[in-house]
Write a protein that binds this ligand. Structure first.
Ligand SMILES: [Zn+2]
Length: 65
């Protein structure tokens, strides 16, 4: 089975805060930096590059202390 080179599997990144910024990794493959907020879902997909950000286990979704 051949897979088109343009269809890379989405990358999953674990982060410690519900607010993340994504620029596609920078360089030629990047995109304008966007800020994403997970809200209460603990994960969010970047609409530009499809990268998925997942809140690390144990991390708080909010900044409450
Ligand atoms: Zn992105």
């Amino acid at each position: 089975m051949e897979v088109g080179v343009a269809m890379e599997p989405p990358e999953v990144r674990e982060v410690e805060t519900a607010s993340v910024a994504c620029d596609g990794g920078g360089g030629a493959l990047g995109h304008p930096k966007v800020y994403l907020n997970m809200g209460d879902k603990r994960q969010v997909d970047c609409p530009y590059c499809g990268r998925r950000f997942v809140l690390k286990a144990g991390a708080k979704a909010s900044a409450a202390h």
